[in-house]
Write a protein that binds this ligand. Structure first.
Ligand SMILES: C[S@@+](CC[C@H](N)C(=O)[O-])C[C@H]1O[C@@H](n2cnc3c(N)ncnc32)[C@H](O)[C@@H]1O
Length: 177
C-alpha cells in the first residue's frame, strides 16, 4: 500500500500532473507579521485549525458582517466544521445572504452530494430551519451567461436575519385611490 501521508496535487505547465508528498509540519508559517503587514489593514489573518475556532464572533465584528466566503479545505469534515460555524453564528455577523464559493463541487465524478463539500452542504441544510444553502441562481445573469464555474457558486440564506424579518412600512397598500 502506498503510504503518502498528505498529498497535494499540482499541475505542471503542459498539463502533466505531479504529486508532492507532504507530512505534518511541512510548510510552517514563516513570517506571520510580514504577511499581515502586507495586507495593510484590509484583512485579518486567522491561521490555524478550523476546529479550534468555536465561534465566528472572535473572527468577525458586526460592523463588517460576512458577505462572501470562498471555501477550499478539500475534504468533507473540514467543510462541515466551517458550515457548523455558519449555522451557529449570530445573524448580526452575517449579511442576509452570504455568497459562497466551493471549489470541489464540479469537474470530477467524485464530486457529488454523497461525499465531500456537497455532502457537507446537504447536511448543513438539515441542521437548522433558519439557515439554508442553495445554488446561486443569479450568477449566470450577472456574469453574462452560463459558465462551468458558476456551479461553484452558492448562497447562504440567513432566514433569521433582522433585515429579512423587518415588517413593511406599516402603511396599508392601496391599488388605486
Ligand atoms: C487546496 S488547499 C487551499 C489552497 C488555498 N485556496 C490557496 O490558494 O492557497 C486546502 C487547504 O485546506 C486546509 N485545511 C483542511 N482542513 C483544515 C482545517 N480543519 N483547518 C484549517 N485548514 C484546513 C489545508 O491545510 C490546505 O492548506
Amino acid at each position: 500500500m502506498l503510504n503518502v501521508g498528505r498529498i497535494a496535487r499540482s499541475v505542471l505547465p503542459g498539463g502533466i500532473y505531479s504529486w508532492l508528498r507532504a507530512t505534518k509540519g511541512d510548510y510552517p508559517m514563516q513570517n506571520f507579521d510580514a504577511l499581515q503587514a502586507e495586507l495593510e489593514g484590509r484583512a485579518k489573518l486567522v491561521i490555524g485549525d478550523i476546529r479550534e475556532i468555536h465561534d465566528l464572533e472572535s473572527v468577525f465584528n458586526d460592523t463588517a458582517p460576512l458577505g462572501f466566503a470562498s471555501i477550499d479545505v478539500d475534504i468533507y469534515s473540514s467543510t462541515r466544521s466551517i458550515l457548523e460555524l455558519l449555522a451557529s453564528t449570530p445573524q448580526r455577523f452575517l449579511m442576509p445572504t452570504v455568497q459562497l464559493h466551493f471549489d470541489d463541487v464540479w469537474s470530477e465524478w467524485g464530486y457529488n452530494k454523497y461525499a465531500g463539500e456537497l455532502l457537507a452542504i446537504e447536511e448543513f441544510n438539515t441542521l437548522t430551519d433558519v439557515r439554508k444553502i442553495d445554488s446561486d441562481r443569479y450568477v449566470d445573469y450577472w456574469h453574462g451567461g452560463r459558465n462551468p464555474w458558476h456551479a461553484s457558486m452558492f448562497m447562504l440564506h440567513v432566514l433569521d436575519h433582522s433585515l429579512r424579518l423587518k415588517p413593511n412600512s406599516g402603511r396599508p397598500k392601496v391599488i388605486s385611490e
